[in-house]
Design a protein around this ligand. Structure first.
Ligand code: C2E
Ligand code: CA
Ligand code: CA
Ligand code: CA
Length: 267
């Protein structure tokens, strides 16, 4: 939780008072979340640096435990990964995001980014499941970007690369999320079948105060682009940060400065 923005805490202040007594309590509670239809997707705009046009939205999972009170995914996704409940949860996310992607196209061409769960990704039927969900929802893979973290790649790199190749053959695009926070080795970056790199917000937020963050952001943009990956700056909160990454040639931006994640109806 390096330099986790204070805004982040504010957003979820209401849910912070609420604690699970045990992981068993949380487990049955998560089961309820699915059954009682308390899951929601919120969407955050992603803009192009050149002209500030909205090119897509990232789908971010929310658990509306009581009306208007949202539990943050960072509070329940790690546990859901452990109990296996992430599978029905993640299947719900994909179905909903694909249905919403169909609606979003009415605005113009939009890419909807969906976060991958490690457990779901590692199941042998994962790619088939996505294919089937496309058919059921009428969504096109060209409208979807899959966001994966380095931890997915670390576990079994060769297997992960094979799955990513298959997903790209299916015409999904792939983005590497939270870049810079993991075990980022530049040597494997060039082996990865993917389209985009998302620079973690901790580096963007340090741009004004830390020279090391400026150097890192600038180098990541250069290296990623030399490998033909587009670059997204995450967590852009100020016009200065937007200007800085744009001047460095970054391709896309996302962050509170352009819009917080909200329900689709509230965009
Ligand atoms: P992430 O994929 O890195 O998502 C970006 C997080 O940064 C989101 O937190 C978003 O609300 C927050 N954010 C966006 N712009 C700003 C900004 O300008 N400043 C600050 N301080 N924060 C910003 P959120 O929604 O709480 O999600 C946390 C994490 O939970 C996500 O990180 C992702 O790893 C995971 N997650 C969210 N939805 C899903 C999902 O549907 N499936 C899976 N497997 N994981 C999900
Ligand atoms: Ca993400
Ligand atoms: Ca991220
Ligand atoms: Ca993250």
């Amino acid at each position: 939780a390096k330099r986790l923005g204070h805004n982040h805490v504010q957003v979820y202040q209401d849910s912070m008072s609420f604690q699970f007594k045990s992981s068993a309590a949380m487990r049955s509670s998560l089961q309820e979340a699915i059954e009682k239809q308390q899951l929601r997707l919120h969407y955050q705009p992603i803009v192009r640096c050149n002209d500030l046009q909205v090119v897509g939205y990232e789908a971010l999972l929310r658990w509306e435990r009581e009306p208007g009170k949202f539990v943050s995914p960072s509070e329940f996704i790690p546990l859901a990964e452990m109990t296996g409940q992430i599978i029905p949860l993640s299947e719900w996310v994909f179905r909903q995001a694909f249905m919403d992607a169909v609606e979003f196209q009415k605005e113009g061409p939009r890419k909807i980014s969906v976060n991958l769960s490690t457990l779901h990704f590692n199941r042998s039927e994962f790619a088939d499941h996505l294919e089937q969900t496309l058919v059921e929802t009428g969504c096109k893979p060209e409208w979807i970007e899959l966001e994966l973290t380095e931890s997915i790649l670390m576990e079994n790199t060769d297997y992960a690369i094979a799955v990513l190749k298959r997903l790209r053959e299916q015409k999904f695009s792939i983005a590497l999320d939270d870049f810079g926070t993991g075990f980022s080795s530049l040597s494997y970056l060039k082996r990865l079948p993917m389209d985009k790199v998302k620079i973690d917000r901790s580096f963007i937020q340090g741009i004004r105060t830390h020279k090391s963050d400026r150097v890192l952001v600038s180098s990541v943009i250069k290296i990623a682009q030399s490998l033909d990956f587009a670059v997204v700056a995450e967590g852009v909160e100020t016009p200065q940060q937007a200007e800085f990454v744009t001047e460095l040639g970054c391709n896309y931006m996302q962050g509170y400065y352009f819009g917080r994640p909200v329900a689709k109806e509230d965009l």
